[in-house]
Structure formats: structure tokens, C-alpha cells
Design a protein around this ligand. Structure first.
Ligand code: 9MR
Ligand code: 9MR
Length: 574
């Protein structure tokens, strides 16, 4: 019985005594609960274990497999984390760098906390994170060779997609049909949204651009493996190719989404009976598309033997999308009355303009794009699907040919410094301070930002703060939960994902990061189901919880960048 349920009982003596004893027991367990990276540290990682309660100064020992004490210390001062409402102390043992399995024992306690240090662990985890995209492929059977127990028939051929009235044009009237197969399912639902595909695809392209040599050695088990391209790129191209089909060849505009009119039931992909439509072209979708295609074009020039012509096709697509946007500079997405699936609606698209112009400039060096690239005037924010200008900064600071690099570097480091400060000052030694829908991806994106700041400054404090984001995602959090399916000692089992619910297999596909705690949309399971009103504690491992326990391609792409990028940095700096 959970403490939450206890509240609903009318308590009379002698039950009161029993219940309060149970409560005491519960509290003492909670008070001693620990948050630690449950998957494993890299030898170079910042290593902390968090203990709820006031344990400051308490001595602890770390013991190796042979029973020898290899590290001793005492817990930090306790501090209160306002987001969880909990007091916390931590053990810090970053100096321990020898690979192995260990236990941490706090003086006076019987139960020891196990953890591991393993050079290959981020690589192994990162591989599964990207492999999970394969499982989300649309229009393609997931076979046993690559999908194992999660093999399933192809879902959604998407060969006959209806032009919705909102998307009608002279050449493509309402009710006419186009073909738009492939891509990834966005999340726990089966629809495909260009805005969200843009940032997801960009994140993986940027990962390949930055760490291509390292990634070349990472083989996923996917149908394209062995074709001469890094597999992370192979997987990314599966979605990129779908994105190309979302552009109207007659005018260059890009449809906002491909969707059924409403969300289907919790069925397997091949059992979804609903018709699918492309819905209105929007400037946000068209600019995100242009940015992603321009980035892809730059990257794919390096792989022209394996994918001849694709770089050129992407560049043409980017340019025609830009031209459409210039003619339609402010078409905001408005959900038609008969459509109720995800909106990805955005009322400020100045950041999309900045991003698209930046990527197009970097690819073409055509001055005309610079009109929209005023780095000094731009206000940069942490990337997420609706805030994309900082993605442009990433491309600028990583670009070999330099474009106003100094001011871009300055802006980027200034933004990263805000998160570094949170990290340094928070009781939980973590940079997050807001918990919107998909809060775990906030952390992943903060980690990516901090990594870029490390790249610019070579100051390892940024790297440390980025690695702490991995630790949090893998269990060093007040919920003591590893938010990555299939990893750790306590991870989500009942995710809001149609495939996971309907496939008859208890464990979800591994390597998917759930959205994580938030106070948004708690009506999904019912307010009273949530165990706490503190944002960092407002999480449910239940299928109904689309607010906290769904999975999504943008969240996973950010996690992939963070984990594999750190793996590359650590590996090459050794
Ligand atoms: O399954 C849907 C999920 O992908 C979305 O993130 C979420 C919010 O838009 O909506 C989910 O669908 C629910 C719908 O909104 C309301 N009826 C129940 C649906 C399944 O839980
Ligand atoms: O990730 C999106 C989040 O930022 C929004 O607050 C939320 C409600 O609009 O929608 C989220 O995106 C969902 C999308 O609309 C439909 N597919 C599932 C996405 C993840 O929950």
C-alpha cells in the first residue's frame, strides 16, 4: 500500500497505531533512500551518491569486489532542494577511477549501495538509445534479426495520405492523395510531426558531424549496417528521407504534420485503422525543415560515395523551403477543428528564422541569409522543439570556416553559465530548475549546451556539469529512478506508448528515456494519483501518464547526443 493510498482510509484506533507504525517504517526507508547512477559511471565521470535526510558528516566507505576498502569519505552538508522538497546530502567519490563493481556503505547502516565504473558503459547505453529509433520506424516490418522479441509487422504504409482541407492547393486539392512513407513514430502516438522531427534529426546529424570518427566504430544492429555509413547516420537518414516527402514540390512549403484525425487506441501500429492526412503548411515547419536539410546537406557532402546526390537534394529542398517561407513569413499552425492530435504550436517563430538562416548560410555562404542572423541582437534559450535558435549557435561554433564565431561563442557560454550556476548551487548538484513536460529532455539539452561550452572554453567544469545530467537521468535524482527503459535497477515499465502497451511483452524496448516529472497535465491519470505536488517528484510509472511517462524522438535524440558525445570526448581525451 502506498502512502498515497493510506490517506484515503478513515483511521481509527487501533488501526491508527498500526498505520503510524507503517508510516514510520516507510519514512525511515525513504529517509535512507539513495539516488545514484544505477547504470554505471565512466572512469572520468563526476561520481556522487545522494542520501535523503540529514546525514551530514556521516562517514562512508567504498568496498571493491574483493572486500577491500578503496575509498573513504564523509557526506556533504545537507541542503534542501526546493523542487523535490527534500533534504539531501551526498558522497562524492569522483577520484575513484578504477573500473569495477563496488558497494558504498554508510556508517551505522546495514544496507550497502552497489554501483559500477565501466569504460564501455556510455557506449553500450548510447547504442541502445539510438537502436530504439529503429523500433520506431514507420512503414517497415521490424524483423527478428534486428528487433529480437520486439519484431512486429510493418505499420502505416503511408502510401496514400489524404490532403486535408487546410493543406489544399491548386495542384493538390483537398481529398487528393500523396505518398509519404517512412520516418519515425513521434512518441507514444503514431503520428509524424515536422517541427519535432526537425530538432530530433538535427541533434543526431550534429552528433555525427561532431563525433563522426568515434561513431563510425559504433555498429547498431539495423538493416543498413555495414553499408559504409556510420549507423547513427543510417538511422537518422530513415527519418530525413521521410521529411523530404513532406515538402510540396509545387511550391516548396512543408506540411506541419502527417496524422490521423484523432489519436488511435492503444493498438499495435499495423492494427491502427485510422486514415491519415497531411495538415496545413506552416512557416515553423518549413523553416525547421530548411534548417535540418541545410545541415544534412553540409554533412552528407562527406558521405557522397555512399549516398550520391542526397546532399544536393537536401540543399535544393532547404532552398525551396526558404523561398516559400519568405513568401509566407508568418503562417502559424492552427489546429483545424476536426483534428485533435499533437499541435507543436508556436506563436513566436523568430528563433526558427534565425536557425534556418544560419544553417543555410553555413552551407551556401550566400550573404543573403545573413540578414536574419544578428547574433548580438538575438536572445538565446535552451533548445527544445519550439526554441531552436541555439541550435544555430551550435552549428556556428562548430563550423570550421568561422562566421562571427567570437560573439556566438560568447552568447553560448553566457547561456551555459546560467545552468552551470544552477549546478554549482543546487543541493542536488544538478542544473535543472524548471520541470516542463519532458523535463528529462531539459536536462539532456542542458548537458548538450554545457558540452558545447566545454568545447569552446576547454574548462572541465562544464563537462562535469554535463555528466551530472547523465547521472540524474540514470538515477541520481530524488525519485531514485533510472528514467531510461531497460537499464538500471528501477526503471519505467508502464510507459505511455502504444507499442509497449499492445505488444504483450512486459518490458518496453530498451534505451528510451521517458519524459520525467512535471506538474503539467496531471489530469491524464487524475491529480490524486500523483504522489507529490513538488514538480521533481510528480512522476508516475503508469500507462495513463502521458505527461510524465511517455517517450518521444526529440527527448531520445537529445539523450543520444549527451551520452554518445560524452563517450566520444572521454574516449578521445584518454
Ligand atoms: O497518446 C497521446 C499522447 O501521445 C499525447 O502526448 C497526449 C497529449 O496530447 O495525448 C495522448 O492521447 C490521449 C488523449 O489526449 C486523450 N484521450 C486519451 C489518449 C490516450 O491516453
Ligand atoms: O513535447 C510536447 C510538449 O512540449 C507539450 O507541452 C505537449 C503538449 O502540447 O506535447 C508534447 O508533445 C507530444 C505531441 O504533442 C504528440 N506526441 C507526443 C508528444 C510527447 O508527449
Amino acid at each position: 500500500m502506498s502512502i498515497n493510498k493510506l490517506k484515503h482510509y478513515k483511521i481509527n484506533t487501533p488501526w491508527r497505531a498500526v498505520v503510524s507504525a507503517a508510516l514510520l517504517l516507510f519514512i525511515s526507508i525513504v529517509a535512507f533512500a539513495q539516488g545514484i547512477n544505477q547504470v554505471g559511471f565512466r572512469p572520468e565521470s563526476v561520481k556522487r551518491a545522494f542520501f535523503d535526510g540529514k546525514w551530514e558528516g556521516q562517514a562512508y566507505h567504498i568496498i571493491n569486489k574483493e572486500g577491500a576498502t578503496v575509498f573513504s569519505g564523509s557526506l556533504s552538508q545537507s541542503g534542501r532542494w526546493p523542487h523535490s522538497g527534500t533534504e539531501v546530502c551526498y558522497a562524492e567519490f569522483s577520484a575513484l577511477k578504477v573500473e569495477g563493481n563496488y558497494t558504498l556503505l554508510l556508517k551505522g547502516q546495514k544496507e550497502a549501495l552497489p554501483f559500477g565504473i565501466d569504460q564501455g558503459i556510455y557506449r553500450q547505453l548510447g547504442k541502445e538509445v539510438v537502436q530504439s529509433f529503429y523500433h520506431a520506424r514507420v512503414s517497415m516490418a521490424i524483423d527478428e534479426k534486428h528487433g529480437g522479441v520486439y519484431a512486429r509487422p510493418a505499420g502505416h504504409p503511408d502510401a496514400e495520405i489524404i490532403i486535408h482541407a487546410s493543406a489544399a492547393s491548386a495542384e493538390r486539392p483537398a481529398g487528393s492523395v500523396i505518398s509519404s512513407p517512412g520516418g519515425w513514430y513521434d512518441a507514444g502516438d503514431y503520428n509524424k510531426y515536422i517541427v519535432n522531427s526537425g530538432i530530433s534529426t538535427y541533434s543526431l546529424l550534429h552528433l555525427v558531424e561532431q563525433y563522426g570518427d568515434h561513431l563510425a566504430g559504433i555498429e547498431l544492429n539495423i538493416p543498413e549496417s555495414g553499408n559504409g555509413l556510420p549507423d547513427v547516420l543510417n538511422e537518422t537518414l530513415y527519418n530525413l528521407r521521410w521529411m523530404l516527402t513532406m515538402q510540396d514540390p509545387h511550391d516548396g512549403g512543408v506540411y506541419h504534420k502527417l496524422t490521423s484525425k484523432r489519436f488511435c487506441g492503444m493498438k499495435m501500429p499495423h492494427n491502427d485503422p485510422l486514415e491519415r492526412y497531411v495538415v496545413m503548411k506552416s512557416t515553423a515547419a518549413t523553416l525547421d525543415f530548411a534548417a535540418t536539410m541545410a545541415k544534412a546537406s553540409r554533412l552528407l557532402q562527406n558521405y557522397s560515395k555512399a549516398v550520391p546526390g542526397l546532399a544536393d537534394s537536401c540543399l535544393t529542398a532547404a532552398q525551396t523551403a526558404w523561398a516559400w517561407s519568405e513568401q509566407h513569413p508568418d503562417v502559424l499552425y492552427k489546429q483545424p477543428k476536426d483534428i485533435s492530435t499533437g499541435e507543436y504550436k508556436d506563436s513566436d517563430i523568430s528563433d526558427e528564422w534565425f536557425w534556418a538562416a544560419t544553417e543555410l548560410y553555413l552551407t551556401t555562404r550566400n550573404q543573403k541569409f545573413l540578414g536574419k542572423v544578428d547574433i548580438d541582437a538575438e536572445k538565446f534559450t535552451l533548445p527544445q522543439w519550439g526554441m531552436v535558435n541555439t541550435l544555430g549557435l551550435y552549428s556556428i561554433v562548430s563550423d570550421k570556416n568561422k562566421l562571427n564565431t567570437k560573439s556566438a561563442q560568447k552568447k553560448l557560454v553566457r547561456l551555459a553559465d546560467q545552468y552551470l550556476k544552477n549546478y554549482e548551487q543546487s543541493a542536488y548538484r544538478i542544473s535543472i530548475e524548471k520541470f516542463p513536460w519532458g523535463s528529462n529532455s531539459e536536462l539532456a539539452n542542458q548537458g548538450i549546451l554545457l558540452m558545447h561550452s566545454y568545447m569552446i572554453t576547454e574548462d572541465t567544469k562544464y563537462l562535469e556539469a554535463a555528466d551530472a545530467c547523465v547521472g540524474y537521468i540514470l538515477g541520481a535524482n530524488p525519485l531514485h529512478m533510472c528514467f531510461m527503459t531497460g537499464f538500471g535497477t528501477q526503471s519505467p515499465l508502464h510507459i505511455h506508448d502504444r507499442r509497449s502497451v499492445a505488444d504483450g511483452i512486459d518490458a518496453p524496448v530498451p534505451g528510451m528515456m521517458v519524459g520525467g516529472p512535471t506538474k503539467q497535465a496531471r489530469q491524464d491519470c487524475g491529480e490524486d494519483k500523483y504522489p507529490s505536488t513538488f514538480p521533481a517528484m510528480s512522476y508516475l510509472d503508469m500507462e495513463c501518464s502521458y505527461a510524465t511517462n511517455e517517450i518521444a524522438i526529440n527527448w531520445n535524440a537529445a539523450a543520444a547526443y549527451l551520452i554518445l558525445g560524452l563517450d566520444a570526448i572521454y574516449t578521445t581525451s584518454n
